[in-house]
Structures are given as structure tokens and as C-alpha cells.
Design a protein. Structure first.
Length: 252
């Protein structure tokens, strides 16, 4: 089964992810070993502090794709960004050439500080929806205002926004209460994407297959979770289909 990783920091020298091309090559090899066929390279963007280096980003993305082809890895990289939400995000997305959405779609990966207020998240989602973008909330398990607040999560889902959880949240063996929280999100179908949020080939490394195996072992009767709730595996995804005009493997 081929996976898609919608959240990764493997492009070198652009953020706190890969530090050089040697590390990027190692991460690409890890992706191949994990049966990842496609990666959206979501370099950090913080529009409230600095302009996103789009030209340098696109050049680096092209070089990374060339490296993957030269190595015969069969891993394809697509443009994207992990955007620290600020009011200026909508302006930059409307201009269309300042911050990349996920693989050129109308979905955008946004993050907040862990202590963000719930109203701030909801307002951001609605502002993005108003200009025609679907928010994908990065690593939702980090936000204190959502922890075990299932009514809030339901309200977010009702807006059409999508939720992403990091593989590491399963791989690192969360504590009892955190594990129950993640398990309920899975059971309720609240999670849309399982992604690595990989930053290197050692610490915060690619670990998608390991997370997949853990979840299957814990929930042997819930194979449907990998087809219908968007864990990065399964059915064609509107995120990548919009960009390519053909389906790739990821749940909606």
C-alpha cells in the first residue's frame, strides 16, 4: 500500500527541518522504506513575521524531486506550506503567488501555538472558508483548547475543516488519557490525515509505517479507518486530485 505524507519538512535550509541535502536524501530514502509515494513539502510559513521565500522554495522543491528521480526512489514531492495563522494569511492566499496551498488545491495546512484560544481557531477556519479555502489543522493533538473537547471538535468538523494528527503521537506511546483521546478521535471519524511532520532523519523522523502498524494492531477490526477517515491512506484525495487532475492515494 502506498502512502501520502501531507506534512513534512524535508526540504533543506528553508526552516527547522532538514539541514542539508545529505539529510534530505536520507529522509527520501526513509520515505521509500515506509512505502510513501508522495510527500507534500510543507515548509514553515509565518506571514506575520516574514515573507515566505517562494522562489527559493520552488527551486528547492524542484531539486528535491530531481534527486528522488536520480536515486530511483519513486517518491514525488508536491508544494505546500505549514502556515502559522495570522490575519494576513487570507490576503496572501488570495494573491495566489505568495504562500503555496497543499499541492495547489484549495486546502491549506494551518497551525497555531499550543495555547491558542478556541475562538481564534474557529475564526481562522471561517475566514479561510469565506475566501474559498478549506483549513487543514496541523497536529490537532497539541492544542489545549481542543483536548477532550469533543463538542468543539464536532463544531470544527461541521465547518468543513479537516484535522491532521502526527504519526509520532501514536509511535511515542502516549499516556493513558492521551491514548484514550486519540482512540476516540479515530473511532468518531474525526481525523482526516495521519502525517509525519518529519523534521530530520533521526529526531522527529519519518515514521508513517510504524504508526500504521501500531493502529492496526490496537484496532484489528478497524481497517476501514484507513479508507474513510483520511489517515493518509486509501481512497483518491481531493487535495492532490485538484492539483494533478488524476487521483493519488489518500483518504478524503
Amino acid at each position: 500500500m502506498a502512502f501520502i505524507d501531507i506534512h513534512s519538512h524535508l526540504l533543506p535550509g528553508l526552516d527547522d527541518g532538514s539541514r542539508d541535502w545529505d539529510m534530505t536524501e536520507a529522509m527520501l530514502r526513509q520515505a521509500k522504506e515506509d512505502d510513501i509515494g508522495c510527500i507534500i513539502a510543507t515548509t514553515h510559513a509565518d506571514p506575520a513575521r516574514k515573507e515566505f521565500p517562494l522562489a527559493k522554495y520552488m527551486e528547492t522543491l524542484e531539486k528535491a524531486n530531481l534527486l528522488s528521480r536520480q536515486l530511483g526512489l519513486g517518491v514525488t514531492l508536491y508544494p505546500g506550506a505549514e502556515i502559522m495563522y495570522a490575519d494576513s494569511v487570507t490576503e496572501r492566499l488570495l494573491e495566489g503567488n505568495r504562500i503555496p496551498s497543499l499541492a495547489g488545491s484549495r486546502h491549506t495546512l494551518i497551525e497555531f501555538y499550543p495555547g491558542v484560544k478556541y475562538d481564534t481557531i474557529l475564526t481562522a477556519i471561517r475566514r479561510l472558508a469565506y475566501i474559498g479555502y478549506t483549513a487543514v489543522l496541523a497536529h490537532i493533538e497539541r492544542y489545549e483548547c481542543l483536548y477532550k473537547k469533543y463538542d468543539r471538535i464536532a463544531e470544527i468538523k461541521a465547518t468543513g475543516a479537516k484535522l491532521q494528527v502526527n504519526c509520532g503521537s501514536f509511535v511515542k506511546k502516549p499516556g493513558f488519557f492521551a491514548a484514550r483521546y486519540l482512540d476516540k478521535l479515530l473511532t468518531d471519524g474525526s481525523i482526516n490525515f495521519l502525517a509525519t511532520d518529519a523534521h530530520s532523519d533521526t529526531v522527529r523522523r519519518i515514521n508513517m509505517k510504524e504508526a500504521y502498524d501500531i493502529i492496526i494492531k490496537r484496532r484489528p477490526d478497524d481497517g476501514w479507518l484507513f479508507q474513510g477517515v483520511g489517515l493518509g491512506i486509501g481512497e483518491p484525495s481531493p487535495i492532490v486530485t485538484e492539483a494533478e487532475g488524476k487521483p493519488l492515494i489518500v483518504a478524503p
